[in-house]
Design a binder for this molecule. Structure first.
Ligand SMILES: Cc1c2[nH]c(c1CCC(=O)O)Cc1[nH]c(c(CCC(=O)O)c1C)Cc1[nH]c(c(CCC(=O)O)c1C)Cc1[nH]c(c(C)c1CCC(=O)O)C2
Length: 346
């Protein structure tokens, strides 16, 4: 058995061990709020070039760890590398977000590769390997993918859309196509997550950023069920895999997810009441979250109070401190430092 001191505290908490202070990391912690990220980004070419450059992607993954000493690093990549690796055209236009060549019918789906070719993601897996060997032993490395519904919503519309209306409409109108697309993404996600674990990721997070757009029945069918198949597929091949699931906007369905034994950690967005989550989610599973990213932008007494409320609500049971969604580019670095002092009692 490895000595307790070399196991990252974040993994101990996932495994249910009590901890005096919650481990902490932030979603989107490598990003535009950091001047050192902007400097690398400026010399990388396109955003996807950065994702596929192991030297630069390793560097930006490590930047927030060096600066803040977070308890986890998250691989620098994007959820849209899966559609890209399946053969769909993907670009990131400056200031406009992702643009994809829409895949909205069986013919377009048929033109994609039938199974994920991991060779196309070799640079990302190389980054995982390099980051793990560069990280301090006490820092966990998280891999990730997008959940099928969230990724499908981009594949179908070709861009970010309000309430994911084009994808949601298609889920009603053309179930056969929609099921086939989700199936393709489940299989691709299993092999991608297993490859990340094999390359050195200590745990993997599944981002369901658009859970909140789905009515409960559709959530169960197109979010919960595919995520549960991914988790089962990963565990069939790597039984000790640790899996975090972040279903933003899932509201009361969080309880169903927590009870289902799919996730080792359930992520809570900022709209979730910590007192409710303590009773309905944290009784079943480790929770992660749920500071409002705008409280971190605001800083001051409001930030301290927001941090305290979360700590108080979740203390004594497994909890990973995080935001309720990604950190915003306008976040002052001084406020991240303030948050960490509050958490660490310094
Ligand atoms: C929906 C989604 C995407 N990507 C991701 C999600 C799920 C999480 C969420 O809901 O935020 C996940 C993601 N994207 C990125 C990471 C890296 C790891 C991390 O630091 O968390 C992760 C985990 C880097 C990124 N992914 C992107 C950036 C900004 C691009 C840049 O630096 O120019 C970063 C740092 C681009 C991206 N990628 C995506 C969008 C909509 C955009 C454009 C929005 C924007 O410009 O902020 C798709």
């Amino acid at each position: 058995m490895e000595p307790a001191t070399t196991k990252p505290p974040l993994l101990n908490v996932i495994d249910g061990k009590p901890s005096e202070r919650p481990p902490v990391w932030l979603m989107r912690q490598a990003g535009r709020y950091l001047p050192e990220y902007r400097a690398v980004r400026a010399k990388a070419g396109s955003f996807l070039d950065l994702c596929y450059n192991p030297d630069l992607a390793t560097e930006v993954t490590l930047q927030p760890i060096r600066r803040f000493g977070f308890d986890a690093a998250i691989l620098f990549s994007d959820i849209l590398v899966i559609p890209h690796a399946l053969g769909q055209g993907v670009t990131f236009a400056e200031g406009e977000g992702p643009k994809l060549r829409p895949v909205a019918d069986s013919a377009a789906l048929g033109a994609l590769t039938p199974a994920l070719d991991l060779d196309r993601l070799a640079p990302v897996l190389e980054t995982v390997k390099r980051v793990r060997s560069a990280l301090p032993v006490e820092t966990a490395l998280l891999g990730f993918c997008g959940a099928p519904w969230t990724v499908a919503s981009y594949m179908i519309a070709g861009k970010s859309t309000p309430d994911q209306a084009p994808a949601r409409l298609l889920a009603y109108r053309d179930e056969a196509f929609f099921a086939a697309l989700i199936e393709r993404l489940v299989d691709a996600s299993v092999s991608y997550l297993v490859a990340q674990l094999d390359a050195g990721a200590d745990a993997v997070q599944i981002f369901e950023s658009f859970a909140g757009a789905l009515p409960p029945a559709l959530f169960d069918r197109w979010s919960l069920e595919p995520i549960s198949r991914i988790a089962a597929g990963v565990r069939a091949r790597r039984p000790d895999a640790r899996i975090l699931v972040f279903p933003r906007g899932a509201a009361q369905r969080l309880e169903v997810l927590a009870q289902a034994g799919i996730a080792d950690v359930v992520g809570l967005d900022w709209s979730v009441d910590p007192a409710w989550a303590r009773e309905h989610v944290q009784t079943h599973v480790c929770v992660q979250g749920n500071l409002d990213p705008l409280a971190l932008v605001a800083g001051g007494r409001q930030l301290d109070e927001a941090v305290d409320r979360i700590i108080e609500a979740f203390s004594g049971r497994p909890h990973i401190f995080n935001l309720g969604h990604g950190i915003l580019p306008e976040t002052p670095i001084a406020h991240v430092e303030q948050m960490l002092r509050r958490l660490r009692g310094a």
